[in-house]
Design a protein. Structure first.
Length: 252
């Protein structure tokens, strides 16, 4: 957690489901709650830094990356794996499961634009879990619980299915070394984020040493750098209102 952003109290839905995880077996996925005040990380890979540095400011993390196979994901979140996914946390039994596609989007839904890989849905998957801080770590390590939703989806399609269809916006959008999709794809993704009818993300977390003028110029107010200096957090406002298409690679 960084001190420049407020600490979030644990929302009722998360504390209640963590207290009685066995109910999750039959309960519907609380998708609207998962998306509220979330961090969305397209082209995320298995980068745990946003959780490491912002858990507490954010309690729901949504990742999307079609280039990470289901098999690699299973290995990555294994809590007994050396260098496990989230240091100091373990998934709660009964609160980790793969999701059916219709829990993410309606059965006949498809992205409203051509996708880069027409076969991406054949390998697509989604997994939701709730993580709990281990007893040997205290409050200074991070919040007691957080939610983690990972989609092995094309990142633009994931944003459409999650945020646009559910009329939600992420609190923070994270753009860190996200790949080299064609310029038109990158621009379209950015426009969809910035023109979301319910609003734009409050913050942008991105790498790079200067104001993201040629990336996301609307974010012109510097908030803080994460502790290792690898990324900086910018707030909406103080920048140019124009959308500049000359953006570095965006998620595929």
């Amino acid at each position: 957690m960084i001190p420049e952003l407020p600490k979030l109290p644990c929302p009722d839905w998360l504390s209640e489901i963590a207290a009685k995880p066995e109910r999750a077996k039959t309960a519907a996925l609380p998708l609207p709650s998962i998306l509220a005040d979330s961090l969305y990380y397209p082209g995320s890979g298995f980068d745990g830094d946003p959780v490491r540095y912002l858990a507490g400011n954010v309690l729901s993390f949504v990742y999307a990356d079609r280039n990470r196979s289901k098999e690699k994901f299973i290995s990555h979140i294994d809590p007994d794996r050396k260098g496990r996914a989230f240091l100091g946390y373990r998934p709660i039994p009964h609160l980790q499961r793969f999701l059916n596609r219709d829990e993410i989007a309606p059965p006949n839904w498809s992205p409203p634009y051509p996708v880069l890989d027409h076969d991406w849905e054949k390998q697509a998957y989604a997994h939701w879990s709730v993580w709990k801080r281990t007893p040997e770590h205290g409050e200074s390590h991070g919040p007691l619980h957080f939610s983690f939703l990972f989609l092995g989806w094309e990142a633009r399609a994931a944003f459409e299915a999650l945020y646009i269809l559910n009329k939600k916006k992420p609190k923070i959008i994270t753009i860190i070394s996200p790949g080299n999709a064609p310029l038109g794809v990158r621009s379209e993704f950015k426009r969809r984020v910035m023109e979301n009818p319910v609003g734009t993300p409050d913050y942008l977390l991105c790498n790079g040493g200067r104001q993201p003028r040629t990336r996301w110029p609307q974010y012109g107010t510097f908030i803080a750098a994460v502790p290792d200096g690898s990324a900086k957090l910018w707030a909406l406002g103080g920048g140019s209102p124009e959308i500049d298409d000359e953006i570095p690679g965006l998620p595929e």
